[in-house]
Write a protein that binds this ligand. Structure first.
Ligand code: ADP
Ligand code: MG
Length: 645
């Protein structure tokens, strides 16, 4: 019953040894109560001896607290036990010891349950892997697999490493990572994740990450880090717990001064407890982070969980966040005297080094039409605008209108795209070559996610670097409260800052290099798992499955966690306040006081465990709406992304 520190270091295994003293104290109490033990010359030898023996660990913890100048529950209980003994109430002292020891064991078990959540996660990773080498297949330690090794996955097996499929075809259950219950199809070139379950087919994968470097390893690390990092609310909880003990002792002194009744005084000391908040708070946070991890949302610390619970504005990036970010080139408009091949080929030449979704669309189009790309040099990328490269001494630019206009290229000859389509313009030297029209597909869950956010009372905002027309089309489909287009990375940052300047708590969800500054500055930065590494590094929360509904559920988990902590706070204050008052007026005897103390603390501890993942079921506990929301999209092109992080 000390602060959370001790709990954090407690062993997770249940120690049967701990039951010894409790049994001893219990039996002694029973014998005393039944008067089966004779008093020796008016002295209760048995209860006194049992009390002193049983309370040894309590006294020791109390002494440690005194030396550290900390106020703990052991200390106040020591005061109560000594006081009870001093007035000859050995039986009362014995029962208090019994309750305190019992509560500590139960509490240890509750905390161990939290710890179990993590060891359980670790156990989901297979310990061995089958590696295909020169001498055929051999089984090795999963830790010994190297990046680049070919690992063979049998049907029904758990995947030991992160990798890319190089042969085979199968469906994989990724619930452990993304919370997605439907198996995902895996074919040549798709990614698979350690800790997920292969269904019917056999797969061969080229290893891209092992152990801690896998997506799954990062989940475990996030949960561990969350366990160690102290959320601000936890510090408040510890401080409040300390104050409560002082308050109880002061009330006791006051009670004694007024009533001169030592039994009431002892009851006052005993009734006040604060363990429900001191140890309950970290448990609730751990549970929430574990729960979020099951949803595929890695929360990088307790602080962000706390901030998430207070978020009132959600800013979303467009490309790659509310859309799949796997656009297709749907129309090509070369200027007079330019061939379609030349236009696409030139664009592809400049985009070879770019990671941007638009670049991938252009490169795909070029390869589909077997259009050759030249070797270029001096690649530069202006986030939110476009790319530039030099080929045969001429400068190629591919980007939005503003980007080309900035470099004195006349763009008015190019017609703007119809609603729902994006465009990129291509120039070579000082000449405009034409435009490419690009369609991206709205993520089917985006509409549902935004309507849920609005129902939760949150303000939704769409910020994009793309053109105004397409931004408004998307904003209308999603029904967001506010939209701003043609934003450079620094504009996104400035607008997020402005929102926060208005006193809003902002969650920014993004995927790109262009979102990174805003992700860092926002109250909580949230990166899509399908996004760039920079975005995932900059963010405080990573959505491995890139599923916006999961983000909404994570917000709800954070709110629940906050609510639990607040319930424990108010509940503790209420029980302690009422208890102290009753005890002071003589309505509680020390035994009843001890019972109320222990029972209420356990109730609050149990309340805190509500979010801890239960049992061995892998299915996420938060119910989930169907994903196939019909989208009346004017956008063409199939949703090609294989919906893997
Ligand atoms: P969003 O904010 O919606 O994610 P970006 O800021 O990444 O969009 O991009 C904004 C616009 O800049 C794009 O719509 C595109 O016109 C242009 N752009 C950015 N990067 C590139 C690129 N590599 N090639 C061509 N155009 C680009
Ligand atoms: Mg983006």
């Amino acid at each position: 019953m000390t602060g959370a520190d001790e709990h954090a270091h407690q062993s997770s295994r249940f120690e049967w040894r701990e039951l010894g003293p409790i049994a001893l104290v219990g039996v002694a109490a029973l014998l005393t109560w039944l008067r089966l033990w004779p008093t020796v010359a008016g002295f209760d030898a048995l209860p006194v001896a049992a009390t002193l023996l049983g309370s040894y660990p309590i006294f020791r913890a109390a002494l440690a607290a005194v030396l550290e100048r900390r106020m703990t529950m052991e200390l106040s209980m020591t005061v109560a036990i000594v006081a009870a003994l001093a007035i000859g109430e050995a039986f009362t002292a014995l029962v208090i010891v019994f309750f305190v020891l019992g509560a500590e064991v139960l509490e240890g078990l509750t905390v161990a349950k939290g710890r179990h959540a993590i060891s359980y996660l670790v156990d989901l990773l297979p310990r061995t892997a089958i590696v295909r080498g020169l001498g055929g297949e051999r089984e090795t330690d999963a830790e010994a697999v190297a990046v680049g090794d070919i690992v063979v996955i049998k049907p029904g097996g758990r995947i030991p490493v992160d990798g890319t499929v190089v042969a085979g075809h199968s469906f994989v259950d990724q619930a452990t990572i993304t919370g997605e219950s439907m198996p995902i199809e895996k074919t040549l070139g798709t990614s698979v994740f350690a800790g997920t379950i292969n269904h019917s087919g056999a797969l061969e994968i080229r290893t891209t990450g092992i152990g801690r470097e896998t997506a799954f390893g990062k989940i475990i690390e996030a949960v561990e880090r969350a366990e160690q990092s102290r959320a601000p609310i936890q510090k408040i909880a510890d401080r409040l717990a300390g104050y409560l003990v002082y308050f109880a002792l002061a009330s006791a002194a006051f009670t004694f001064l007024i009533t001169r009744d030592i039994r009431s005084t002892i009851s006052v000391v005993i009734v006040a407890g604060a363990c429900g908040i001191a140890a309950g708070t970290p448990l609730a946070i751990l549970g929430a982070i574990g729960r979020a991890a099951r949803l595929g949302a890695i929360v990088k610390g307790g602080l962000y969980l706390e901030l998430l619970s207070r978020v009132d504005t959600v800013v979303l990036d467009k490309t790659g966040t509310v859309t799949f970010g796997t656009p297709e080139v749907v129309a090509v408009f070369p200027c007079a005297g330019v061939s379609a091949e030349e236009l696409v080929g030139t664009a592809a030449t400049a985009e070879t080094r770019s990671e941007h979704p638009v670049a991938k669309a252009i490169l795909k189009r070029a390869s589909e039409q077997s259009i050759n790309t030249e070797t270029a040099e001096a690649f530069t990328y202006t986030p939110g605008r476009g790319v530039r490269a030099v080929q045969a001494g001429e400068e190629i630019r591919v980007g939005n209108r503003a980007f080309l206009a900035q470099h004195q290229i006349e763009t008015s000859t190019c017609a703007p795209p119809p609603p729902g389509l994006s465009e990129v313009l291509v120039s070579r030297g000082c000449r405009l070559l034409g435009s490419l029209q690009i369609a991206d597909v709205l993520r089917p869950e985006a509409i549902e996610a935004i309507s849920r956010l609005r129902r939760m009372g949150l303000r939704t905002v769409l910020f994009t670097g793309d053109a105004s027309a397409i931004a408004h089309t998307v904003a209308e489909q999603l029904q967001v409260d506010q939209v701003a287009a043609e934003l450079l990375p620094e504009d996104k940052l400035a607008r997020v800052n402005a929102l926060m300047g208005d006193g809003r708590v902002v969650a920014m969800v993004g995927d790109g290099v262009n979102d990174a500054p805003a992700l860092v500055e926002a109250s909580v930065g949230v990166a899509m798992g399908s996004g760039t590494d920079v975005a995932m590094e900059s963010a405080d929360v990573v959505l491995l499955g890139s599923d916006l509904l999961r983000f909404v559920e994570t917000l709800q988990v954070a709110r629940t966690c906050h609510r639990i902590i607040m319930q424990n706070f108010t509940g503790t204050l209420l029980v302690d306040g009422v208890g102290i008052a009753l005890a002071a007026f003589g309505y509680l005897n020390p035994l009843l006081a001890a019972f109320i103390h222990v029972a209420s603390e356990l109730a609050f501890m149990l309340n805190s465990t509500r979010l801890l993942p239960r049992g061995s079921s892998l299915t996420p506990v938060v119910a989930r709406a169907s994903k196939g929301t019909a989208v009346s999209s004017p956008w063409v092109g199939p949703a090609t992304e294989s919906r893997s992080p």
